[in-house]
Design a protein. Structure first.
Length: 266
């Protein structure tokens, strides 16, 4: 029996509001849709902009603990979909035994993925240019947002989405992701790439994504050496903010169709 619940995990620089279109679409098809916020992100976008202290206090272990409580509290394993950093958290949840299947959309990489295209470096430079940002919540300007998230959108579309969705991101977490591959031991975004018990996973990549380009998705997928299904699907002309780009309906439908076909039943 296909899961009747979908959990949508948001990424950095946005909140659960970024899933508003997908939530409505999936609910119209009879699914229960859960859009958990990171700890402290339960407020509206405007409140986080006014007081970014919850962003500054954020840690990956706290995010994972909260997401595991949400998913583990459901009646049955759900379909888990994550965008950007939410894609990395989706991978971690699957590795920890949660979920019937996972879809990682323009996903941030998990530990050990060393590919870092120039466009990704440029996108994250506003945070990584200064080590002092490790202790701050760092936002994008509208121009930086357009390069990283909406480079194929019109300027008007990009600005409207910036005003509706954008919040600062945790400099500490972003710096931690950079240092994870040079520090000894497993770090916060480590997964077991040989875990045969992990649920099926699909990476969805936008060909024009500057922040998490297709190279990152393909490299991340290739790291998995388990017998569990891992696939990559690429979409031409799509940028990082694929859940809000013209044509998002097809992406959402493809994600759901793949999940319904490959989800493990309880």
């Amino acid at each position: 029996m296909t899961p009747d619940t979908i959990v949508l995990v948001h990424g950095f620089w946005v909140t659960p509001r970024s899933w508003e279109h997908w939530k409505t679409r999936y609910e119209s098809r009879g699914y229960r849709v859960v859009t958990p916020a990171y700890p402290g992100f339960e407020v509206e976008v405007e409140a986080l902009r006014a007081d970014p202290s919850p962003v500054e206090a954020l840690t990956v272990p706290a995010i994972i603990e909260h997401l595991e409580a949400v998913v583990g509290g459901l009646d049955a394993p759900p379909i888990i979909m994550g965008h950007s950093a939410g894609g990395a958290f989706t991978q971690i949840l699957l590795d920890h035994g949660f979920g019937a299947c996972g879809v990682a959309i323009n996903s941030a990489p998990t530990e050990g993925v060393l590919v870092a295209p120039w466009s990704q470096v440029r996108s994250t430079f506003p945070v990584l240019k200064n080590p002092a940002n490790r202790h701050k919540a760092v936002g994008f300007t509208p121009e930086q947002w357009r390069y990283a998230f909406t480079n194929t959108f019109t300027e008007e579309e990009s600005l409207a989405l910036y005003e509706r969705y954008h919040v600062p991101a945790s400099g500490g977490i972003l710096w931690g992701s950079v240092l994870a591959n040079v520090q000894p031991g497993h770090q916060a975004t480590w997964v077991d790439y040989h875990n045969d018990k992990r649920a099926p996973l699909l990476f969805m990549a936008g060909s024009e994504d500057h922040l998490m380009p297709p190279k990152v998705q393909r490299s991340n997928a290739k790291h998995y050496k388990s017998d569990t299904l891992t696939e990559v699907k690429e979409y031409e002309g799509m940028a990082h903010l694929m859940p809000s780009q013209a044509g998002w309906e097809q992406v959402a439908d493809d994600a759901l169709a793949w999940a319904a076909e490959h989800a493990r039943t309880a």
